[in-house]
Write a protein that binds this ligand. Sequence first.
Ligand SMILES: CC(C)(COP(=O)(O)OP(=O)(O)OC[C@H]1O[C@@H](n2cnc3c(N)ncnc32)[C@H](O)[C@@H]1OP(=O)(O)O)[C@@H](O)C(=O)NCCC(=O)NCCS
Length: 184
Amino acid sequence: MIELRDLHPEDEARLFAWRCEPEIGRWMSDADISGREAHRSWFDRLRSDPDLRGWMIERTGQPAGLLTLTGLSGHHRRAAWNWFIGDREARGRGAGRAAQVLGLDRAFGDLGLHKVWAEVMADNDAAMKVQIAAGFRREGYLRGHVLKDGAPRDVVMLGILAEEWAVLAPKARLELVESGLIAG
Ligand SMILES: CC(C)(COP(=O)(O)OP(=O)(O)OC[C@H]1O[C@@H](n2cnc3c(N)ncnc32)[C@H](O)[C@@H]1OP(=O)(O)O)[C@@H](O)C(=O)NCCC(=O)NCCS
């Protein structure tokens, strides 16, 4: 069963450890969370700044990953989506797919957003596949847009609108309930 829960102070250490793993770090485009101190202040902001929102993705009651929305306080009622499944055991078993449905429901439900967008490395097949499958559409291609270890990398812009999610959500939720990934 996959759930989203609010972050607790003790999550910081686990999140830092996950972010340091090459399979996670190589796909993240925010370069500023380099050391522990920077990570601590980012985590504090995530829990206190109204512009940001973060949830722990839990799988069978255990922490499995992180989902964040940023840019919430802007005029445009849109937010940027960032996520990862940090627990290796959980990856590739539907946790991402389920967390995505729960996260989009919160974004367009409680948070009342009009749009969710994401910046995905062009060669991130897993993220691209699961996000497009949920209904994100490809909106742009930015060449050499981020530097990873000094090397320029291309980025794909993805986006989904509230009205698109309203059409797609019932089927997405039903599929997850039927496969036992979320509660009915
Ligand atoms: C992207 C990510 C969140 C997806 O979560 P996940 O739990 O591993 O994905 P799921 O098990 O829900 O799989 C969803 C789909 O993606 C596919 N997929 C998973 N890993 C894949 C891979 N390495 N290559 C291609 N497709 C992959 C699955 O086959 C599945 O498709 P299906 O439903 O048709 O079988 C996760 O792989 C991850 O954390 N990756 C590293 C960090 C990252 O890339 N974050 C995103 C930054 S934008």
